[in-house]
Design a binder for this molecule. Structure first.
Ligand code: XMP
Length: 516
């Protein structure tokens, strides 16, 4: 295990992903975690992430006490580098020479371990206001930039390395190589492979569930499908998958789950139609967090009902269903404030929205995985590519894509518009490049239009096509204009209530992918 100590912002997640891409397991921990707790995880190495603070500002997060005496190799990145420099007796100053973006790094004649053989100059990505000017005793300086005298430092004997730049971002030349060299120097073996993940998770699931029975909610998305396939691998037909039709699904979704997934896995499937209950519970509700919590709660109620029915069916064997499998991913855990103590941005229905009186124990085999890893696990498990490469769709479904109250009529409108957009995106050949494209109905907004000879007073829908690597950050997708035009024309022609189609051109941050 490599621990990535989170000093804030989103740097830590990217670093953790990059470490895993080097086939080394990594986990994010808050910078407030005591060293004893970190060491209990038996880390082979610790990486100090970047962060927004200034090391000498009041209340700036410091390295956990005793970290540099723990005998574990440490790699400081950006803010982490400055923390290392200042705590080990070097100097960090505000020289007034900030560096942002691509910056030439001049490698010293003695390039040390990290930069050996990479030439005389690298283009690296910088983002800092403070500057490390003097390396601590015991370190050699292996590179500098125009504004940063101690830009890259090493103390091979203690296994301490620091870089002012961000090796984890794509724009840094040889960034991954530099990270990999640190991992090698720290003695991390590249053993985090998909096969190992599958084996390890299967074993863990068997241990947790023992001889019990589990149910798994299928959403149609890749996460729940892979979670279910993993659990099926572990406990066979003591798993029953439950598909809750909450009435917030997209067109054709229920049929797809029922056919594709069952055909691929042969899993036991139990379908619950709870659309009336969901709609009734959502009546009059407009606040996004309220919606998410209500949907989360209704989901669990539906599961509980399904579980009782399944248990009654299996009654002859006298086993009860006490485990609930969820396809919670690492970013969900982190974004719901569960991983690192970061702010609660949204209550993902499968993490933050669970009721207090939950009657199940949760099984979350993907809790430590990023989306791209989940897809690889899915492939390893032999799931068909239509399932593995499906675009993400949130558990709360169209319920969080209607801005305003959710009603049956509004759902029907959005379902049609969404189906048209999806069909055209697929026909336009952009399914592989677009991460997902929510279609959002602004149900309380109306605008004047003209169609045929008459005035219309209809609703707008928003297209939100994004590109992303892991949904933690995203950019708006630059779709071809003629594709956008086709979507717009078809939606306004074919969906009577919609007279305007608008495009969301916001990245994440500051926007999130979904509107609620
Ligand atoms: P945001 O809107 O937070 O979305 O940028 C990030 C990704 O997560 C999906 N999403 C959810 N998935 N339950 C889920 O299973 C949820 O409650 C939920 N909310 C958002 C969203 O579609 C995007 O892929």
């Amino acid at each position: 295990t490599v621990l990535v100590v989170d000093f804030g912002a989103q740097y830590a997640q990217l670093i953790a992903r990059r470490v895993r891409e080097c086939h080394v397991y990594s986990e994010i921990v808050p910078s407030t975690m005591p060293v004893g707790e970190m060491l209990a995880k038996r880390p082979k190495a610790i990486i100090l992430s970047g962060g927004p603070a200034s090391v000498y500002a009041e209340g700036a997060p410091a390295a956990p006490e005793g970290l540099f005496e723990a005998g574990v190799p440490v790699f400081g990145i950006c803010y982490g580098h400055q923390v290392m420099v200042s705590e080990l007796g070097g100097t960090v100053e505000r020289t007034g020479a900030a560096e942002y973006g691509g910056t030439p790094l001049r490698i010293a004649p003695e390039p040390g371990h990290l930069l050996a053989g990479l030439g005389a100059e690298l283009n690296v990505w910088m983002s800092h206001g403070d500057t490390s000017t003097v390396a601590p005793a015991g370190f050699i300086v292996t590179a500098q930039t125009a504004a940063t005298p101690a830009a890259t430092i090493e103390d091979e004997r203690r296994g301490f390395y620091g870089v002012q730049f961000h090796p984890e971002v794509m724009h840094t030349e040889h960034g991954t190589k530099i990270l990999r060299r640190f991992l090698e120097a720290a003695g991390c073996r590249p053993s985090w492979t998909m096969l190992n993940i599958v084996e390890e998770q299967t074993e863990r699931i068997r241990e947790q569930i023992g001889g019990g029975r589990a149910i798994c909610g299928l959403s149609g998305g890749v996460d729940s499908a892979v979670a279910a396939a993993l659990v099926q691998r572990a406990i066979g037909d003591r798993l029953t998958c439950v598909f809750v039709d909450h009435g917030l699904l997209r067109k054709g979704e229920a049929e797809q789950v029922e056919q594709d997934f069952v055909a691929a896995t042969g899993v036991n499937l139990h379908v619950v139609d709870a659309s009336q209950e969901f709609l009734a519970a959502l009546e009059g509700v407009t606040d996004p967090e309220d919606k998410r919590k209500i949907i989360g709660r209704e989901f669990i109620r539906a599961f509980e009902r399904a579980a009782r029915e399944i248990t009654a069916d299996a009654g002859a064997h006298g086993e009860s269903t006490e485990f609930l499998v969820q396809g919670t991913l690492y970013p969900d855990v982190v974004e719901s404030g569960g991983g690192t103590g970061t702010a609660n941005i949204k209550s993902h229905h499968n993490v933050g929205g669970l009721p207090d009186d939950l009657k199940f124990q949760l099984v979350e085999p993907l809790r430590w995985l990023f989306k791209d890893e989940v897809r690889k696990v899915g492939e390893e498990l032999g799931l068909p590519s239509e399932i593995v490469w499906r675009q993400p769709f949130p558990g709360p479904g169209l319920g969080i894509r209607i801005i305003g109250e959710v009603t049956a009529q509004r759902l029907a409108i959005l379902r049609e518009a969404d189906a048209i957009a999806r069909a055209e995106l697929t026909a336009g050949g952009v399914d592989q490049t677009v991460w997902q494209c929510p279609v959002v109905l602004l149900a309380d907004v109306r605008s004047v239009g003209v169609q045929g000879d008459g005035r219309t007073y209809g609703h707008p829908v928003v297209l939100r096509p994004v590109t992303s690597e892991d949904a933690m950050t995203a950019d708006w997708a630059r779709l071809p204009y003629d594709l956008l035009a086709r979507i717009s024309t078809r939606i306004t022609n074919e969906v009577r209530e919609i007279n305007r189609v608008v495009l969301d051109v916001t990245s994440k941050p500051p926007g999130t992918i979904e509107w609620e």
